[in-house]
Design a protein around this ligand. Structure first.
Ligand code: NAD
Length: 314
């Protein structure tokens, strides 16, 4: 199997690359290193197991030659920072929706038939029932990032319906773990490193979401791709419970040993405009394929805090 992983030098992408290499797939990575880290996959490049291309998906002509002989595309590249859309309004359109169109178009030109896509729980928008099943609708995202994921899903559906592609669309919960480069745990550790006596928490801390450990996430992706065969396969990937931001702050303070840290809440029910304060995915469809996660949300948070503290604080 020869796989192309877009965003393969990123947090989730590099874990997926680890799994693909270890099962013997031939792997090509396309990444512009805007938020990716080459070191995450350098050992695979050095051993000849990964072919790396520093390209920008916004350039269709750079993508077309990479599709030669590819069996499946795992499309993970995107802007990972949901908050950025509150300041710069075209990033998600360009790095998300347009980039996805270019991936699909270069697949069509090269007769590459299979795509697995990293979408997000934020496509469900606000006020969806919790836990949210895949058939919830209408989906009305409230962030530009969410809109770009929904636009990408729409384009994927259109290429499936019009050109006979086969797709796996994964709506991820919050994915956390080793090599994390963004997100609430990463932010808290950096804040405590800068000032061990004070921890600013965005919102009132009552935000409550599901967290999935990154190894569980990439294992679930590969399990679903191997065990489903519809033209369009849509799966929520998450854990079975939630963890509040207050609880995450307590865990990070405990794990860093910064016991004197005073928590300061910025207030309001959410961290930023477009944030969805409460989210939990229904994962029965995933479980129906015989997949169970290794970590629940709180265990995933505690584990991630420990590994990121080592990575960030030394
Ligand atoms: P990440 O930032 O670590 O990975 C994204 C990768 O894409 C990076 O390596 C970056 O350099 C690359 N990239 C971005 N724009 C590019 C472009 N125009 N051309 C080429 N490469 C480009 O983020 P991640 O957390 O690993 O996220 C991976 C995917 O999963 C993203 O699509 C993200 O939206 C999605 N997702 C992540 C989470 C999460 O909690 N981490 C949740 C839901 C969905």
């Amino acid at each position: 199997m020869r796989a192309l992983v877009t965003g393969g030098a990123g947090f989730i992408g590099s874990h997926l690359v680890d799994r693909l290499v270890s099962r013997g797939d031939s792997v090509v990575v396309a990444d512009n290193l805007s938020s990716g880290v080459l070191d995450f996959i350098q050992a695979h490049i050095d051993s000849g197991n990964v072919e790396f291309h520093n390209i920008d998906l916004k350039n269709l002509e750079h993508l077309i030659p990479l599709m030669d002989d590819i069996d499946i595309v795992y499309h993970l590249a995107a802007n990972p920072d949901i908050r950025l859309g509150t300041r710069i309004t075209n990033t998600d359109l360009n790095e998300g929706t347009i980039a996805t169109y270019n991936v699909l178009e270069s697949m069509r030109i090269n007769n590459v038939n299979k795509i697995a896509f990293a979408s997000s729980s934020v496509v469900y928008g606000e006020n969806a029932p919790m836990p949210t099943p895949e058939n919830h609708g209408p989906c009305i995202p409230i962030s530009l990032y969410g809109a770009s994921k929904q636009g990408s899903e729409g384009l994927i559906g259109a290429f499936v319906g019009t050109f006979g592609l086969q797709a796996w669309v994964f709506r991820f919960a919050n994915i956390i773990g080793e090599r994390g480069t963004h997100g609430v745990i990463f932010d808290f550790i950096h804040k405590l490193k800068a000032d061990p006596n004070r921890l600013e928490v965005l919102g009132n801390g009552l935000q409550e979401k599901s967290y999935m450990e990154v190894g569980d996430c990439v294992d679930a992706m590969l399990h679903v791709v191997e065990n489903t065969n519809e033209p369009m396969n849509l799966y929520n990937l998450g854990s079975n419970d939630t963890c509040s931001v207050r609880n995450i702050a307590a865990i990070v303070i405990r794990e860093t040993g910064c016991k004197s840290a005073q928590i300061e809440y910025t207030g309001g029910d959410r961290g930023w405009a477009g944030d969805i304060p409460k989210a939990m995915l229904d994962i029965k469809r995933l479980q129906g394929l015989g997949f169970e996660v290794n970590y629940d949300s709180e265990d995933a948070v505690a584990y991630t805090a420990r590994v990121l503290i080592k990575e960030i604080m030394g």
